[in-house]
Design a binder for this molecule. Structure first.
Ligand code: RUB
Length: 311
């Protein structure tokens, strides 16, 4: 049996953003490796080689969300550690560990929803950007806790992920308002926003946040208006490579997402998908281990990724 179509399909779905959002990307990638575990192979060494190739392809499908390499590297770490097992045991062990990993991520999301909901206060007006499952889980949890919040969603051009957020929150019964991205500064004041909460694609060792393009401008507005700026993230989105000084690549997407090709002749169109919010603009980071200041990112990285960092 060949699981190549599953691998190619997953890579394609991540590239085209059919699968998107940092956590969903990571989970989809390791599930593809789980299916690859059943691939025909003479022995463990041959299967491991196929998995290495699959891991490389998956990791190169989108560059910015570190949850993707973190998840894939973890699975490959377990695979390499068990490379001396006979193939049947190797498949069983790896598949078991992958499913355990996915279960842990799902539980992390539930825990963050609970912790993040505790941060919300009754009557809060909350602004969010893009579409983060983690943020949606927190806000719907807070609503179920009878916090009577209101949420302002940005459109999040050019892919309009804000529509997904607005739809999910209003379907849960939460009073939801949609604004265009450039209205943030005005509306933060006018609608008396109490808190901003966003998801994360990557948290660096120095506490900087990488998230959907536009996030850093919102953080500047929040700082100016003395509004709490909160990042909500599972620890899988902390970047071990950043401990060693490596810089996260910011994805540049097709300009055709911004404007019909050829419509503005002679004009260069750029489409960066993410930006970096300096740690000094972040009031707190909500993780499954609790609420931490951005300055504690390095300690969490050491705890969580010691196996990869050898520290
Ligand atoms: C999505 C985005 C989200 C984070 C966190 O960008 O920036 O805020 O990925 O999402 P894109 P989650 O739509 O380009 O993938 O909390 O769901 O992991």
């Amino acid at each position: 049996m060949s699981s190549r179509p599953v691998l190619e399909e997953t890579v394609k779905d991540i590239k085209t953003m059919k699968i998107r959002g940092a956590l969903d990307i990571a989970i989809a990638a390791v599930k593809a490796l789980d299916i690859m575990c059943m691939e025909d192979a003479h022995d463990t060494a041959a299967l491991l080689e196929k998995l290495r190739m699959g891991a490389r392809k998956l990791k190169s499908s989108r560059p910015t969300a570190v949850s993707l390499p973190n998840a894939v590297n973890y699975v490959m770490y377990v695979a390499e550690k068990n490379k001396d097992l006979p193939i049947h045991d190797f498949r069983k062990t790896l598949s078991f560990e992958i499913r355990k990993f996915v279960g842990e991520q799902e539980r992390a999301l539930e825990t963050i929803a609970e912790i993040g909901a505790n941060v919300m206060e009754p009557g809060d007006v909350i602004l969010t950007h893009c579409n983060s499952d983690t943020v949606v889980s927190i806000l719907t949890h807070a609503w179920k806790d009878a916090k009577k919040i209101e949420v302002i969603c940005t459109e999040s051009r050019p892919r309009y992920q804000g529509y997904l957020t607005a739809k999910a929150l209003s379907s849960a019964g939460i009073p939801t308002t949609l604004i265009i991205d450039s209205a943030v500064h005005l509306m933060m004041k006018k609608l008396h926003v109490d808190k901003v909460i966003v998801g994360a694609d990557t948290i660096c060792a120095n506490g900087d946040l990488i998230n959907k393009i536009g996030t850093s401008q919102i953080a500047l507005c929040a700082k100016e208006q003395d509004v709490d700026f909160i990042a909500a993230t599972e620890s899988i989105k902390f970047s071990p490579a950043s401990v060693m000084g490596s810089v996260v690549e910011i994805e540049e997407r097709d300009p055709a997402e911004v404007i019909e090709p050829g419509k503005l002749r002679g004009v260069r169109v750029l489409n960066p998908a993410f930006d970096v919010t300096d740690a000094e603009y972040i009031s707190m980071i909500v993780t499954e281990y609790g609420v931490i200041p951005p300055q504690a990112a390095y300690h969490l990285l050491k705890e969580k990724f010691g196996w990869e960092l050898n520290i």
